[in-house]
Design a protein. Sequence first.
Length: 155
Amino acid sequence: MRIKGKQGRECANQARFIDERKGPLSKPSKRRSPLGLLLILGFSVLIGIASFQQMLPYQIAAFYLIASGFTFIAYGLDKSAARKGNWRTKESTLQLMALIGGWPGALLAQIWLRHKSQKIRFRVTLWLMIALNNSVLLWLLSSKGQTLLHQVKWL
């Protein structure tokens, strides 16, 4: 049944909210994908085995751990600043932190803090940083990379 409001225009009568799980304006799903956690777990196992078998110096594993911690903290501070309307960390800075080895912390921050997890462009760039970082790591595990590590006297 259509009714007219005070100004003579049609208005809603008996309006209802659409189920929030349906429709284009629904909230994003709170369900967390296990992909990021599985990648971090697999990466940690790889780094652990490579360090144990002396294919990688333990300093590289320690660097990843420290870089990930700093990156996670940077995401947390940026989220706090966003909520308060304060100065924010540049996205390029967060991406650079991920590229140099902080990507496990970045993924954990996206999962646990729900920060920078909805911007598609940011997420695609982050996955590119992860791919680049892991490509370098896999090269270090190759015969040419091992030769370089031995020349630098890390192993």
